[in-house]
Design a protein around this ligand. Sequence first.
Ligand SMILES: [Mg+2]
Length: 288
Amino acid sequence: MDSWVKRYWIGGRRLPERNHYDDPVPKGRMEFSGAVLDVDGTVVRGNDPIPGAPAGYGRIQEAGIETLFVSNNPTKAPPAYVDRLGAAGYDVDADRVITAGTVTTEYLRRHHATDDLICIGAPGLLDQFDDAGLSTTDDIEAADALVASIDHEFDYDDLCTGLWALDRGIPFIGTDPDIVIPAPDRDVPGSGAVIRSLAAVAERDPDIVLGKPSDPAIAMVRERLSHPPEECLVVGDRLDTDIALGARAGMTTALVLSGVTDEADVAESDVEPDHVLDDLGEIGQLIG
Ligand SMILES: [Mg+2]
């Protein structure tokens, strides 16, 4: 399968048509109006900027490209990202940041606004639910839905809670699919690990997993970045979240090798990025 066909059929789902013959520059530099930048592994590792990435971000800004930072971290709200990114040298406003917490909170507001939610997740996620006026409970028998997410305190009692609550057939919602996430020293378990543990004990899959590359995340990106998908570029270090989101949304994708993915992973994966860069500092190779 050549790369063009593969790109349009990722996940067995046909993506929006692009007029291939009118594409002015199918490879190499293109004019983009919007960009979606991943955070961890793409612009920062821990609290430090990835070498070259601040210059790449500056290049994107100089080109007048509207930028959104989109992270699958569900534990922090956008204002925390303004501080963290600002300290690492990226000047950004809160409305330019979307996290898995933002996407999950919005999804719950739309679909579970009056429900009592039982949450296995970090205090930072529960704070976001609280701020949005969502109702949470510890009552396994009364809960209307269960939300699962990264939780450093996750233990045997949580497995019991998940087993008993999910046995009642209530909706099972995950914040994001990341099995492992990068930490300053080495990768650590993420939301996907907690969600899969609960899925295993309850013997049922989640009804929806939010964050990248879910449909609600794509819808939120498209709402905030009001440019046609074919004028947008997605840059990230994960094939199954960042690149999959861009491919599913019909956007051009660039994988950076500064995070969790190496060239061997790219060769093995069904998800094929349009471009592969060592880091964001090389973005000048793609933008006009
Ligand atoms: Mg990342």
